[in-house]
Design a protein around this ligand. Structure first.
Ligand code: PEP
Ligand code: CO
Length: 462
């Protein structure tokens, strides 16, 4: 079987390894980590962090794993979204509530259109570390460490701000807890206007060539909600376990300190988030991140880029999910609109042929980033939509299932991605470009994408 080689690779990997522990990643090469200049200060912050309460519970983590197992069976669709990077400054009431609201509104569109429950996972309450293409940044002859996200250093271009500061580990935990606390309260309370699509910001619909179809969809959602409320009384707020969090578990000192054992469940849990993922740049089979991830009981995801081969992917699946446990492993492909047709089919075929259980999710954002002539990082809505359309078709042709989407979005009216119903152009980007890292879909573009997903799944023409 084609598995022979990968299996050899896996045995070789295990042979040199004395077993897993929350810190065993330190024996491997850890890419994308900052250089801390004071080991004692780092150790003290790690010790303090490891005494602080966790952000999520093992019960929630296992409930999510069960829900992902159901998504693997086609019974649910995963909607995962949020900022590319959260910042401490954006830990505010309007930003958190608008982001949650757009995710919930998108999920109502998807529930109604796909006729199945949607598993909602935020990319927040911990999304504070960013991989960077270079370790340093040079401006006007001055070279400083790159900004690696608020959990590591500050974005300002000064030596003081760019120093990797261990106190930020504590601050990241605190800001994650503040975010989580507010999200839990909002969800418990329910957003009243979720039940009334007529209150949603839907003026953009009129600018879409699909305006009539969208109006019909929105009316349909409103009618369904009213029908259910007539039958069952007002629908209570989304229940607490109905919303989960995720982040790229990049900064391993932080993740290690929040890796815990709990009284009534075996094993170790990362309790900084429900659903950590490994980014594309840190997914090496023999690297520190894969070592860390193989030992935790959370459901985990891995980003898969266009250069990954079946020979690399299969051993990774073996290491991260040796027992083929349901719900354990999600693969998020992020290929790019131009590359997905060439890159994805072989991976789908290999995983299917080996009978491995994964949830396939499409991230149509990260393979479609480009720079404009005036220096903005942007993404074209047409490329995002194009990659997503192709992803549905390629899965259908391979006999596999696209079980979810992973998006970078915000509830704010930013102008970071071009195109969409209002056809934002390069000059519009100057108006409200706020992201410190990757460009996000704004409120309108996010809802439009949800409607396009429904249209695509219903067999509408792209
Ligand atoms: C991200 O999700 O922000 C990211 C950096 O993605 P990737 O690892 O897929 O490049
Ligand atoms: Co990003």
């Amino acid at each position: 079987m084609s598995r022979t080689d990968p299996m050899k690779a896996v045995s070789a990997l295990h042979a040199g390894q004395a077993g897993w522990a929350p810190q065993s990643w330190q024996r491997r090469e850890a890419l994308q980590q900052p250089r801390y200049d004071d080991a004692a200060e780092l150790a003290a912050a790690g010790a303090q962090l490891s005494r602080l309460p966790p952000l999520v519970t093992s019960w929630e983590v296992l409930a999510l794993k069960q829900a992902i197992a159901e998504a693997q069976q086609g019974q649910r669709f995963l909607l995962q979204g949020g900022d590319c990077a959260e910042s401490f400054a954006d830990c505010t009431s309007p930003i958190i509530s608008n982001r949650l609201k757009v995710l919930l509104q998108m999920s109502l569109v998807l529930v109604h259109g796909l006729k199945k429950p949607v598993l909602r996972v935020g990319r927040f309450a911990g999304q504070y570390a960013k991989p960077r293409s270079t370790d340093t940044e040079t401006r006007d002859g001055v070279t400083l460490p790159s900004f690696r996200g608020d959990v590591v250093n500050g974005p300002e271009f000064t030596a003081q701000a760019r120093r990797a500061d261990p106190q930020r580990l504590i601050l990241a935990h605190a800001h994650s807890a503040l975010t989580m606390n507010f999200v839990r309260a909002l969800i418990d309370g329910g957003f009243a206007d979720l039940h009334h699509p007529e209150y949603w910001g839907l003026a953009w619909v009129e600018h879409s060539p699909l305006a009539a179809e969208y109006r019909e969809m929105v009316t349909g959602i409103g009618n369904s909600l009213r029908f259910m409320e007539t039958l069952a009384g007002p629908i209570a707020g989304f229940s607490r376990v109905d919303f989960f969090t995720s982040h790229e578990a990049l900064l391993l000192h932080y993740e290690e300190a929040l890796t815990r054992q709990v009284p009534r469940h075996e094993g170790w849990f990362n309790l900084s988030t429900h659903f950590p993922w490994i980014g594309m740049r840190t997914a090496a089979l023999d690297g520190a991140h894969v070592e860390y991830f193989r030992g935790i009981r959370n459901p985990v995801a891995v980003k898969v880029g266009p250069s990954v081969t079946p020979e690399q992917l299969l051993p990774l699946i073996d290491v991260l999910n040796p027992d083929d446990e349901p719900g354990r492993l999600t693969l998020i492909h992020r290929m790019g609109n131009a590359k997905i047709a060439a890159a994805l089919p072989a991976l789908l075929d290999a995983v299917k042929r080996e009978g491995r259980r994964v949830l396939w999710v499409a991230d149509p954002m990260h393979g479609n980033t480009e720079s404009t002539s005036n220096g903005h990082k942007t993404r074209r809505f047409d490329n995002i939509r194009g990659e997503l359309d192709q992803a549905f078709d390629i899965h259908a042709a391979a006999g596999t299932r696209l079980g979810g989407v992973h998006l970078e979005l915000t509830g704010e009216d930013v102008t970071e991605c071009m195109g969409g119903a209002r056809d934002l152009s390069e000059t519009d980007l100057d108006r409200a470009y706020k992201s410190m890292v990757d460009p996000r879909l704004n409120y309108e573009q996010s809802l439009e994408l949800a409607m396009l997903i429904v249209r695509k799944s219903a067999g509408g023409q792209g």
